[in-house]
Structure formats: structure tokens, C-alpha cells
Design a protein around this ligand. Sequence first.
Ligand code: CA
Length: 382
Amino acid sequence: MRFLPGGAFLMGSNRFYPEEAPIRRTAIDAFWIDETPVTNADFGAFVRATGYLTLAEREPDPALVAGLPPEFARAGSMVFDNRNRVPSGTGLPWWPFRAGACWRRPLGEGSGIDDLADHPVVHIACEDAEAYAHWAGKSLPTEAEWEYAARGGLADADYAWGDELAPGGIQMANTWQGEFPWTNLALDGWERTSPVRSYPANGHGLYDMIGNVWEWTADWWHERAEPPQARILPRGGSREATGGPSIRRAEPPQARILPRGGSREATGGPSIRRAEPPQARTLPRGGSREATGGRSEPTAQPASQGAPSCCAERNPTGGSLADSCDPALAVLVPRRVIKGGSHLCAPNYCRRYRPAARHAQAVDTSTSHIGFRCVVRTAGLG
Ligand SMILES: [Ca+2]
């Protein structure tokens, strides 16, 4: 783990998706954070010690959901697969539910992790991540802690390493090069997950904060409204304020609903597993500097800028469980904030390979591109 001293930093971004704005001054206490996402080897040690069974490995209880289709009444998880271009049901064709898929079998029956010991563990639902963290004497990071860590000491930089996605053509993280979801050029060497530490550490000595796998946080999802005037606009300003194009748009839910037990304790009633791939909901619409012709400059200002101002949020912990649910769905499932993007984030589809980026993820849905890392707090949040 790495010790981060905490302090004040600029959280969020006004240059990409509306849920990241406004940029604001945030202060957090010191904490320790894992250098890498939890790997298959790490998670295997936990399972051997405890006999823990992840949500994806448990057979759903048909009694919890009336009319459960037999194809979904099996243990399994969501596996990215772009070979099928025909949607089945209401979901995206490249996110099928695959029976048998779990952390031990990341591609489903017949697959394994013999060669993936140092890859991030995937097919982890929120409760699985929390169970591991509890066993390890750790916690999931808050969104603020995670973002502070990912920024690596750079103030308001777009990426964890500066303002260029691939400076000098060098790939700095495991993302998607090519036209998502059909053409994966794998210029970074990996079509799916990659071994942790395959790319340079950020300024805090942390690996894989960006790309590879999304990471669970402790925060309940909450939308952020972008007010007419942001409190802090150190570089540019909001698009509305500057007259540029807005990327705000209505986002019809594209969730594929999979009948599934889970989240009973969290919601006070039965829920269904809901597959909402993090990159499924928002397509970039102008708004980025590349798209609008704006310039991109490296930033090397220290993130910690002395004592927080009077208006800085301190140790923010996200929204409420009830408000985290997607009201457009018939069955409400709490959602957490996930951070960092994954190997499926591509410039043409989902530019969430950035510290400020965030996405809502249903707590009972696991996928082949979501993992986690842990923190230990030295004071305060506990
Ligand atoms: Ca890749």
C-alpha cells in the first residue's frame, strides 16, 4: 500500500461529461491505498481462507423473482463479447449474460485464471468487494479518496499522467484503441485485462488507476448538477459559460434487466440483477477539447495547495442509498460510484479513462471489466 497525506485538491472536471461537473475544491484526510487493483492471486487467498462464494457463483433464488426465465436462473455474470451483433432483449449485444462466468472463469465455462494470477480480479459485485475488504482489514475508497489518489499530484489534469491520452504515442493505460465495440487494435498490448503494473505508475506510485478495470467505491451514486457558475473554474470554464457545445443530453436507460436475486438486505426487498455496463449509457458528444479544437497542455501543479478554503468539501461520502437507484427501472437497485474506466473505454464511445470520470453501477451486477482496490484510513472516516 501507499500512504497519501491527504489535503485539498480539485475534484471533478468541466470538460467532459456533465456528471463530473462542476470542478470543486475538496479536502480529504490521510489514508493508505493499494498500489494496484486486487488481483486474482489476492482474491484467491481470501477465498481459500474463508470459503467465500461470490454473487456470480451463487444460484439465484427463483422465489425472489416471479417468472424468472430459465436461461437466467443460473449462476453467472456479464462477459464482454463483440462477436454477436444482434441484441437479445433490450440490452447491448456485446454484453451477454454468461452462465458459469465468475472470477475463477472470467470468460465462462471452460475458461480459467491459471495465466491471470497478476490480473485484476473481475466479476466482483459490490458485496464481494466489501467482503474482501473486511477480511483484509481494509475498506473501499470513497470517490474523493479514489480520485485524489488517481490524480497523482497533478491539479486538474485530464489524465492520471497529464493532459495527453497517449503522449508521444505511448500507451499509458490499458484502454481500447480502435472503433468500439467492433475493432480492438490493442495497440497497448491487451484486448482484455492486463497484468497489474504493466503501465507506468502515477505520481503517487499507484498502478492501473486508469483503464484495465473499473473500480468499486464506497459512495452511493449521485448525479451532479452543473450550476450556471461553477465555484472554481481554473482552466477555461463550463461550456455553457463559454458558449461552446454542451454534451448534456437525455440518456435513455439502456439497461438490460436480468432477473436475479440480490440486494435484499440493501433494499429491504427482492431485487433483480441489472446489467448496466459502465460505458453503455453515454456517448461523447462534442465537448472534449479534442472535439472542439481546444488545446491540451500538461499540468504540473501540485494537487495539495495548502489548507482547504472555507468552501471545500471535506471527506465527502457520496449520496444516499435510496437516491442512488435508477427511478426509470421497475425494480430499484442501489448503485455505487465506480471509477477509472476499463480496457473497454474508447475515444469514440466512452472517455471515462480519467480520474474525474465516474459511472453508476448496480450493486448486484458483476462484469468482466469491474474490479476494486482497498484503502486503510488513519483517522476520521473509519
Ligand atoms: Ca487494451
